[in-house]
Write a protein that binds this ligand. Structure first.
Ligand SMILES: [Zn+2]
Ligand SMILES: [Zn+2]
Length: 221
């Protein structure tokens, strides 16, 4: 079985319950190779990225897991997403996630469109009823679409998988962890991907090759 890579989690620096070290420890036990801590940010709290970086430096040096500082641009006006993505990068976010148009929150229309058109974005999270055109642009800009393990956000996983497969866009399975029980092992990630309609032959690409490719591009692994 492969090692897990999760590119979307929340710590106490936004609305998560866990310290970065607790996310790291629990993820280690569940067989993770790497976890990105991507706390919610908008224009008011981008400095949160720096706090995550300080918290993860120790873990990175001393534990057998890669903890990656990131940010999730959340409920921001669609037109300022590129600016926030750029600032988050400047502040040291290595993984930039955008909180996509999930079915279960009133995310501003145009968020998916703005995110896929911004090449500084790495992952469009829970993109709801993403269109084929948006998925095609995501592919062109190397932006990965998320299959979400999170209740509610997962309602449109089937649509996301089908749309991504139709246009050849890349997918990844993230948990969007907020609580201890949200982290999952590799086996569970496989089941969630299969449950969303991903063909078995695509499992390794989605669970290993796609996230590793992102990390390699950034020189993290
Ligand atoms: Zn949250
Ligand atoms: Zn999230």
């Amino acid at each position: 079985m492969g090692k897990r890579i999760d590119l979307h989690t929340h710590s106490i620096f936004s609305d998560g319950e866990l310290l970065p070290s607790e996310i790291a420890r629990r993820a280690c036990v569940l067989g993770h190779q790497a976890v990105a801590i991507t706390d919610h940010v908008d224009a008011t709290n981008l400095d949160c990225v720096g706090r995550v970086i300080n918290a993860v430096l120790d873990i990175r040096d001393n534990w057998d897991i890669e903890i990656i500082p990131g940010a999730e641009i959340t409920h921001a006006p669609a037109e300022i997403i590129p600016k926030l993505a750029h600032k988050a990068r400047e502040l040291g976010a290595e993984i930039v996630v955008v909180h996509g148009e999930t079915l279960v929150e009133p995310v501003i229309e145009g968020t998916n469109w703005s995110a896929v058109n911004c090449s500084e974005v790495d992952v469009l999270a829970h993109p709801g009823l993403i269109t084929h055109e948006e998925a095609r642009i995501a592919k062109e800009n190397n932006i990965i679409l998320e299959i979400s393990a999170r209740r509610g956000h997962s309602l449109s996983n089937g649509h996301v998988v089908q749309t991504a497969l139709d246009v050849g866009a890349d997918l990844v399975v993230n948990t969007d962890t907020h609580k201890p029980e949200d982290l999952i092992n590799y086996k569970m990630a496989e089941k969630i991907a299969l449950g969303a309609g991903l063909p078995e032959k695509e499992l390794k690409k989605v669970l290993r090759d796609n996230p590793i490719h992102i990390l390699e591009e950034k020189g993290i692994v």
